[in-house]
Design a protein around this ligand. Structure first.
Ligand code: SAH
Length: 202
C-alpha cells in the first residue's frame, strides 16, 4: 500500500503481506467500503481494527523470521495475527472479549491464512504452556510492561508494546538481552484501546 510506504514503512515483506491480505474480510458490514483507507474502525464489543500503518509499524519492529513463535495480545479482528501468519510466523493470539474471540475464531478458520491459534484468556498472563516466545506484540495500550509477559520472552526475543495513558501511547521495542537485562527503544505516538485486566464473558 503506497500510503503506508510514504509514511515510512520500508520492509518489503511487510508491505507485500499488507498488500496481499484483503482487509475488508476483517471489517463489519457497513464499514467494508472503507477498508482500504488508512484508519482504525469499529469491529464490535467496543473494539477497533488497527489502522494498516499501525499494523505495519508494529510488524516491522518485530523483524519476523519464518517459524518465529509469536504471542499476540488483543486478537480483535484477527487482521494483525493474519499478517504475522502470512510472514511465516507461528502465532498464538489472546482475546479477553468472549464474543469477539468466537467471531474472529470462526473467521480465521475460514480464511486459513497460516499457523494461528486463538485463546479466550487474560493477556496479562501470557501463555505459560507455550513460553518462551521469540516475539510478542501487544495491540492494546498498556500502562507499563507486564512482568509476566517479559518473563515469557526468549533471550534475544523482542516485545513490541504501546505504553501510555488512555489517550495516547508511545511505541516501545523491548529486547531481552539476557536473563535479567532488557533493552528499551522508544518510537512514535499511537492511540490504542486500553489493555484491560481479566476476561469479559458473554
Ligand atoms: N490486533 C487487533 C486490534 C485489536 S484492538 C486487530 O488486528 O484487529 C485491541 C484488542 O485487545 C481488543 O480486542 C481488546 O478486547 C483486546 N484486549 C484488551 N485487553 C486485553 C487482555 N488483557 N487480554 C487479551 N486481549 C485484550
Amino acid at each position: 500500500m503506497e500510503t503506508i510506504r510514504a509514511k515510512g514503512i520500508q520492509d518489503e515483506k511487510v508491505l507485500t503481506a499488507i498488500n496481499s491480505l484483503p482487509r475488508h474480510f476483517f471489517m463489519e458490514k457497513g464499514f467494508e467500503e472503507w477498508a482500504y483507507i488508512d484508519k482504525a474502525f469499529p469491529i464490535g464489543s467496543d473494539q477497533t481494527i488497527s489502522q494498516p500503518y499501525t499494523v505495519a509499524f508494529q510488524t516491522e519492529l518485530l523483524q519476523i523470521k519464518k517459524r518465529d513463535k509469536i504471542l499476540e495480545v488483543g486478537t480483535g479482528s484477527g487482521y494483525q495475527a493474519s499478517i504475522l501468519a502470512l510472514l511465516g510466523a507461528r502465532v498464538h493470539t489472546i482475546e479477553r472479549q468472549e464474543d469477539l474471540y468466537h467471531k474472529t475464531n470462526i473467521l480465521l478458520e475460514k480464511l486459513d491464512v497460516g499457523n494461528i491459534r486463538t485463546y479466550f484468556r487474560d493477556g496479562y498472563k501470557g501463555i505459560p504452556e507455550f513460553a518462551p516466545f521469540d516475539k510478542m506484540i501487544i495491540t492494546a495500550g498498556a500502562k507499563s510492561v507486564p512482568t509476566t509477559l517479559k518473563n515469557q520472552l526468549k533471550i534475544g526475543g523482542i516485545l513490541v508494546i504501546p505504553i501510555g495513558d488512555d489517550n495516547t501511547q508511545k511505541m516501545f521495542r523491548i529486547t531481552r538481552v539476557s536473563e535479567k537485562e532488557f533493552k528499551k527503544e522508544e518510537f512514535a505516538n499511537f492511540r490504542f484501546v486500553p489493555f484491560l485486566k481479566g476476561t469479559n464473558k458473554k
